[in-house]
Design a protein around this ligand. Structure first.
Ligand code: ATP
Ligand code: MG
Length: 573
């Protein structure tokens, strides 16, 4: 490709809404353009990256036994009603009506439609296992589309669905996909980690893992153990139940006593006023789940994990913090003075494990400007419902081996689910087993955000000058830059080397523009070609060209005649 012909409009200024490196650089370097919130056009450079990621995905899915199909994007509402997800999916689903007022959605995911397909066309255990996948646009009307391709409303996903006759087979399909995902993200050159995850709206009975590209801009937080294989999304990470309370109460504990705490609304203000560490306090947060109140009591130094609350007390269509007004009507005090003692019956109390240990705590008195002290769990408030309701943080013990957990931020690029029979039961999708009995399929589903993977790679591999593509997914491998005077001789040498590179299978752009060398170098760095060959008159006279590696920044002089071969060899490494 000649640079003068390449449709890659670069930008000097990026829109203010582009907050993170990948979003800014993909716009600046002319890979994508925004159409409307969360909806993008892929320009030639961007589309080449997408096609390369798709190709890697295809090869690994085929190698793992997958067969590629294409399911419809427009899906009838009836199928979604049968699994209950027409309601459950909520406002994230793009819904539409046809001219006969029949309801449809634009597919946010495809469990329903594929289960229906397989239900109608697979009869016997002999046809199993069956692994079908597609790569297509998905539609989700995200509450906050942002970060460019990272969280779009229209985005490209690979989704594979596995159908097995028994749980063992489903586990094998899951393991096969897990390994294929590792191979895909490794081949894309990404630094990633697979973590235990929450199943969310996809649901299902088996396990689920997310594949996280490690990057500061990631929306997810993960914890992982430095000593064993444990790694989990903090939504999922299990808290180790406390064995012995850090501060056990005296043998003959005093009764609880009210203390005046005017204006101490926050844990910080309260610890300062009382001179107590935050773990000696219990905070109680009021939630509203589908119209009912829930009080979550936990140690003052901890934070509520809403996913755990949803899973233990729900499922809810909507779970949110109660407003200050709602708390005042319910308890007659502001949110800063709420406690687990003497709650009204309409607020169901759930106590986190650490706030249920035999220890003396301070907590809100459900009365403005007052707290209780010498509060004993079990004595002063009921422990009918206790569990793990909190977020795990770095430094806490690993739930498997006890070592101190570390944390990192990650971008979720893929997720694998062992679904069990959730969808096959809901849609009565069955096959006949060896004895001729009807059995529901054991299913798995596996998604990769192809467009998000491109953004994640841009996020992980960039510097102040621009993008730094791993060669396997770079839009082109190499740029040839005739520098200096760009006389006929230099241009001729550039054409020769351009032809030799292409003959060697190196995807190359020849920067034939009538521009200053500095402009060409800047654009080459911005676009992120893994290799750059510079042809200057002085080196050419000596039969040499300069080869620069974008990632390492290293330059070397190589013989003109060997340049194409040298680039090819470095790509193969
Ligand atoms: P998230 O938690 O980030 O909203 P999800 O868990 O809902 O994602 P899945 O249903 O697991 O997403 O979809 C499979 C993959 O599709 C995700 O791992 C992610 O890479 C990608 N993906 C999901 N939502 C988006 C989006 N709005 N924009 C781009 N990619 C997305
Ligand atoms: Mg997911």
């Amino acid at each position: 490709m000649k640079m003068s012909r390449l449709f890659a409009p670069t930008l000097r200024e990026v829109p203010a809404e582009a907050e993170i490196a990948s979003h800014k650089l993909l716009l600046r370097a002319g890979f994508i353009r925004k159409s409307t919130a969360g909806i993008y056009t892929y320009l030639p450079l961007g589309w080449r990256v997408i096609r390369k990621i798709e190709q890697i995905v295809r090869e690994e899915m085929n190698a793992a036994g997958g067969q590629e199909i294409m399911l419809p994007i427009v899906q009838p509402a009836e199928l979604w009603r049968a699994t209950g997800r027409w309601e459950l999916y909520g406002p994230e689903m793009f819904r539409l009506r046809d001219r006969h007022e029949r309801e449809f959605c634009l597919g946010p995911t495809h469990e329903e439609i594929i289960t229906e397909l397989v239900k109608n066309d697979v009869r016997s255990y002999k046809q199993l296992p069956l692994l079908l996948y597609q790569i297509q646009n998905k539609y989700r009307d995200e509450r906050r589309p942002r970060f460019g391709l990272m969280r779009g409303r229209e985005f490209i996903m690979m989704d594979l669905y596995s159908f097995d006759r028994a749980p063992e087979g489903a586990a094998a399909s899951y393991a096969g996909m897990y390994a294929a995902y590792e191979a895909i993200f490794r081949r894309c050159g990404l630094d990633f980690r697979a973590v235990e995850a929450d199943a969310g709206a996809i649901g299902g009975s088996g396990g689920t893992h997310e594949f996280m590209v490690l990057a500061e801009a990631g929306e997810a937080e993960v914890v992982f153990c430095p000593d064993c294989a444990y790694a989990a999304n903090t939504e999922k990470a299990e808290a180790v139940p406390p064995s012995a309370p850090p501060d056990p109460p005296p043998a003959d504990p005093p009764p609880r006593a009210e203390i005046a705490t005017p204006d101490a609304r926050t844990i910080k203000e309260l610890t300062k006023m009382l001179g107590l560490p935050p773990h000696r306090l219990i905070k109680t947060i009021i939630y509203k789940g589908d119209g009912c109140y829930f009080a979550i009591a936990l140690r003052g130094d901890r934070a509520v994990n809403e996913v755990k609350v949803h899973n233990a007390l729900g499922p809810f269509r909507e779970l949110r913090l109660a407003t200050e007004e709602e708390v005042r009507v319910l308890l007659g005090c502001g949110p800063g003075f709420v406690g687990p003692v003497g709650l009204p019956a309409e607020a169901r109390l759930a106590v986190d494990g650490e706030a249920a240990v035999p220890a003396a705590f301070v907590c809100g008195a459900n009365k403005q400007d007052a707290h209780w002290r010498h509060v004993l769990p079990g004595r002063d408030f009921p422990l009918a419902l206790t569990g793990d309701f909190r977020l795990v943080t770095a430094g806490e013990p690993c739930p498997r081996c006890g070592a101190s957990l570390q944390s990192a931020r990650g971008i979720e690029v893929g997720q694998v689910f062992n679904l069990g029979q959730k969808y096959s039961e809901a849609l009565s999708a069955s096959f006949l087993d060896e004895e001729g009995r009807a059995q529901n399929f054991y299913m798995g589903c596996y998604g990769i955000g192809v467009s998000r993977t491109m953004a994640a790679a841009a996020e992980q591999f960039s510097d102040e000058d621009g993008l730094v593509w791993p060669p396997s997914i770079a839009p082109y491998h190499c740029v040839v830059i005739p520098a200096g005077a760009q006389d006929a001789e230099t241009m001729q040498a550039a054409e020769t080397i351009y032809a030799a590179l292409r003959a060697a299978g190196v995807e190359t752009v020849l920067d034939d523009r009538n521009e200053r060398s500095g402009v060409k170098f800047k654009d080459a760095d911005l676009i992120g070609f893994p290799f750059r060959l510079v042809l200057g008159a002085k080196n050419l006279a000596l039969g040499r060209v300069e080869l620069k590696n974008r990632r390492t920044g290293q330059t070397e002089l190589i013989a003109l005649a060997e340049a194409a071969d040298a680039v090819r060899r470095r790509l193969e490494d």
